[in-house]
Design a protein around this ligand. Structure first.
Ligand SMILES: Cc1cc2nc3c(=O)[nH]c(=O)nc-3n(C[C@H](O)[C@H](O)[C@H](O)COP(=O)(O)OP(=O)(O)OC[C@H]3O[C@@H](n4cnc5c(N)ncnc54)[C@H](O)[C@@H]3O)c2cc1C
Length: 463
């Protein structure tokens, strides 16, 4: 029996590194959201499962995410439609929503105290797309069966006091929870189901050619019938060619000091807000603090260096908040694929991959966990829906520089498009004012003409 507390923290003995050779049915590389979900689901299906983690559980992005769960993928829905058509897009979106449902079930698992979940997330547009909103809502609701609500500009600005945002898509079934608590719960449930998780155990070699795969760590060797690579961008030397298919992107986050009542006057929406450019992502936490993710870099840097940029970003979006005090910063690396869709599936018999979840890793890793577990257990091949998104080389070190440049350019372009939309909105207001002035002037001229005619008539009558 493994000793863990309600948060999934293991006793010292369980936290040990792998010290002896093992022969198992399933070996999973990486104890992030993806690896732990697959471990839990395969152990529940009755397999003998081991997870090897180079550092500690949740050391990667999984231990640093914000806990926002929305349907969909990093790849915008319109682009997905263009790539795979309506039927496949619909299936992929339904799967992504089922990933969110899975997280709800885990959060409410009766084996542990329930995790608090709050409903509703908002995807805001930084450009004026009111006309396209109705078509998008029709697609989401009617064709894909996704619960989504279009919010017009006035409603958005009622709850978010900024000129930066125009329209929004509200997902009533989107939700948020304590992201780290969810991760530790996965670990706790996996251990309860019999999974052995070895930390401080990097996989440094893999021979996946035989029926039984060979896995090498610095302290011991393993043999397994099935290997799942869930190491995200950190896989490194274990499988270098695979690691090169992901562009590492560091996302930087911060939490403010308590901001008091003014925060509620400026941000009235209770759930998470993400912008359609994938630049800002925030929500109110602990009553009156703001948790915010914004800048991205293709290199690692100390998190505290981003306190200033995040402070300035908050001020530029919500000037009424003024200069906020930042209390803590953190960050993590997400893996971005060239096609912006996750890498899910069987690479060769008994060798699986679940990676590349990018900015939207909660619902997609939950979905991947179930797809891979069912693939292993009952040969279910629904994971093939991801086959159109092959492993594409992400460009190596040059790709990182290009990624940063493209990121800056995209942000610059998004900022310019947003500025242009705001300019147009301002111009519209100025035009309305000018028209009102013209009307008033015309009315005044008409009044004077009327008066002068009346006075002429009076003069004629008096003659
Ligand atoms: C600041 C921030 C906020 C985010 N907020 C959200 C959010 O609100 N909602 C959302 O949906 N997504 C969010 N994300 C994205 C999400 O966190 C990621 O997509 C997700 O965590 C990726 O999970 P993963 O299991 O694939 O990878 P990781 O969490 O990176 O886990 C991979 C693990 O594998 C281990 N590993 C790698 N190679 C080896 C090896 N050779 N041997 C042994 N172990 C190895 C690593 O040490 C690591 O622990 C956020 C990301 C960041 C950085």
């Amino acid at each position: 029996m493994t000793l863990t507390d309600a948060n999934g923290n293991a006793s010292d003995t369980e936290r040990r590194r792998l010290g002896a050779d093992l022969d198992v049915e399933i070996c999973i590389v990486g104890a992030g959201l993806a690896g732990l979900t697959i471990a839990l689901e395969t152990a529940r299906a009755g397999y003998n499962v081991v997870v090897l983690e180079a550092r500690t559980i949740g050391w990667g992005a999984s231990g640093h995410q914000l806990g926002t769960v929305m349907p969909g993928y990093d790849l915008p829905i319109d682009d997905l439609l263009g790539r795979v058509g309506l039927a496949a897009t619909s299936e992929l979106w339904k799967l992504s929503q089922a990933g969110g449902d899975y997280i709800r079930r885990i959060a409410a698992d009766p084996a542990l105290p329930a995790l608090a979940v709050t409903d509703g997330t908002l995807e805001v547009s930084t450009v004026d797309v009111g006309d396209r909103l109705i078509a998008r809502m029709q697609l989401l609701n009617d064709d894909f069966g996704i619960d989504a609500e279009g919010w017009q500009l006035e409603r958005v600005r009622d709850v978010l006091r900024t000129r930066r945002y125009f329209h929004a898509v509200h997902y009533p079934r989107g939700f948020q929870l304590d992201g780290r608590a969810y991760l530790m719960r996965l670990a706790a449930l996996a251990r309860q189901a019999g999974v052995r998780i070895f930390e401080d155990t990097p996989v440094i070699g893999l021979d996946a050619s035989g029926i039984r795969k060979r896995i090498v760590t610095p302290s011991a060797k393993l043999r397994a019938a099935q290997v799942v690579l869930a190491g995200n961008v950190h896989l490194g030397t274990a499988v270098p060619r695979l690691a090169a298919t992901l562009l590492p992107v560091w996302r930087h986050a911060a939490i403010t000091a308590p901001l008091g009542e003014k925060l509620h006057q400026v941000i009235g929406f209770k759930g998470s807000v993400v912008d359609s450019d994938g630049i800002d992502h925030f929500r109110v936490v602990d009553g009156d603090r703001l948790m915010w993710v914004s800048p991205e870099t293709t290199w690692d840097a100390p998190a505290k260096r981003f306190a200033g940029p995040i402070r300035r970003r908050i001020r530029s979006i919500f000037p009424a908040l003024g200069t906020v005090a930042i209390e803590a910063t953190w960050g993590g690396a997400v893996g971005q694929t060239v096609h912006q869709m996750p890498q899910i599936g069987q690479l060769r018999k008994g060798l699986w991959i679940a990676s590349g979840f990018s900015r939207q890793g909660l619902n997609t890793s939950a979905m991947a966990g179930q797809l891979v577990a069912r693939g292993i257990d009952i040969n279910d091949d629904q994971w093939r829906l991801f086959s159109p998104f092959e492993l594409v080389w992400a460009g190596g070190p040059t790709g990182r520089v290009a990624g940063q440049v493209i990121g800056l350019w995209t942000r610059g372009r998004a900022a310019a498009a947003g500025a242009f939309a705001r300019y147009r909105e301002g111009a519209k207001v100025r035009e309305v004012k000018r028209a009102e002035k013209r009307e008033a002037a015309n009315r005044e001229i008409a009044r004077r003409v009327r008066l002068s005619k009346q006075s002429e008539r009076r003069d004629d009558q008096s003659v």
